[in-house]
Design a protein around this ligand. Structure first.
Ligand code: CP
Length: 307
């Protein structure tokens, strides 16, 4: 494959190859003082970000640098985008300067797909609108497999603002492909209309589903994508859909708690849960670098990962 545009495009073999490659890269680098492989030397990766990001942008930058690629960080703010330059002209300009891969985040769902039609190099979706965030789902799957030893048959409960969540969409498709059983828990107003055709169960009762969960993935309430009438009161939301210490106590002994970040501490997740031994939030961020290295390595066709 030349691009990574959505998790829904990945079959079981594709997804497993990314996870296994990330694990191989992690062991190749373990114990090394200089955490670098020469595999993408001479290649150029552009991070093209039209929306803010901390984790995804920095981890793609680190991933490319650890594979010895040259990295250009392009932020729409402060660029000629403010003079009206289009996504297409921006991408063609970057490609004319020698980019081999464009990692794009954009507020418009489908922007990476358009980009893939215009450029000759690889395109990686780093989050498009409310549509998909495939590398987040891959690093989440990697983290689940690392902590629980498997994905097949794992019961994953995804809780919160599913309507606006590209993370939820990518996870639903990828986890179903990898054999996990997904249950969504959300207020009816924060579920998409088409959820009936997704490979998931739906519940409105968080307390009822928690004791059977292996994984609880909390979603950020995306206030910036809602108008005021949609935005639930923080206290009411937290009471019905927040994960606090009392609810965490209902989980099975080895169940884990995930969150893609950034978190609204005290709203969808209590600080005592986010900072608990069950939380994989910090591991998810660390795994993001290995998984994004694997994606760049596989798309740009480097040599052996064990070099
Ligand atoms: N999880 C995630 O995409 O975080 P950022 O918005 O900080 O990249």
């Amino acid at each position: 494959k030349r691009h990574l545009l959505e998790a829904a495009d990945l079959d079981r073999d594709d997804a497993t190859l990314v996870l296994d490659t990330a694990a191989q890269i992690e062991s190749a680098l373990a114990g090394r003082e200089v955490k670098k492989l020469p595999t993408l030397r001479g290649r150029t990766v552009v991070n093209l970000f039209y929306e803010d990001s901390t984790r995804t942008r920095i981890s793609f930058e680190l991933a490319a640098k650890r594979l010895s690629a040259d990295v250009i960080n392009f932020s729409a703010k402060g660029s000629s985008v403010s003079k009206g330059e289009s996504l297409k002209d921006t991408a063609l300009t970057l490609e004319a300067m020698g980019s081999d891969a464009i990692v794009v985040r954009h507020s418009a769902s489908g922007a990476p797909h358009r980009l893939a039609q215009w450029v000759a190099g690889s395109v990686v979706n780093a989050g498009d609108g409310t549509h998909e965030h495939p590398t987040q789902a891959l690093l989440d799957a990697y983290t689940i497999r690392q902590r629980l030893g498997r994905l097949d048959g794992v019961r994953v409960v995804i809780v919160g603002d599913v309507l606006h969540s590209r993370v939820a969409r990518s996870n639903v498709w990828l986890l179903a492909t990898l054999g996990a059983e997904v249950t969504l828990v959300a207020p009816p107003t924060l579920l998409p209309v088409g959820v009936g055709s997704w490979p998931v169960q739906v519940s409105y009762d968080l307390d009822a589903v928690l004791p059977k969960a292996d994984v609880v993935m909390m979603l950020r309430v995306q206030g910036e994508r809602m108008n005021a009438s949609f935005f639930p009161s923080a206290r009411e939301y937290s009471r019905r859909y927040g994960l606090d210490g009392r609810r965490m106590a209902a989980l099975a002994d080895d169940a884990i708690v995930m969150h893609p970040g950034p978190m609204n501490r005290g709203m969808e997740i209590a600080a005592e849960v986010a900072d608990s031994a069950r939380s994989t939030i910090v591991d998810q961020v660390g795994n993001g670098v290995s998984v994004r290295m694997a994606v760049l390595y596989l798309l740009l066709g480097g040599a052996s990962a064990s070099e």
